[in-house]
Design a protein. Sequence first.
Length: 90
Amino acid sequence: MAHTRNARKRVRQAERRRLENRYHISRMRTAFKRIREALKEGDIQKAESLLPLAQKIAYRAAAKGAIHKNEAARRVSRYAQKINAAKAQG
């Protein structure tokens, strides 16, 4: 247990940050999961329409510091590639 006033405050701040980060990361993972499910069902149109929302959520998570900006860009890029590959396949 933290003993000094400063240490107790840092514990409170860390917990608040942890919850905020968890919210953003969970929201982002859910958005990409919806795209994955749409692709698995073969619904390319739905996956395409979900990508801009997932992109917005991922970049927001990066802006808030929950993830690194390169991680957000990498995830968006990979899902865009998956959608394009599915479109090319038919």
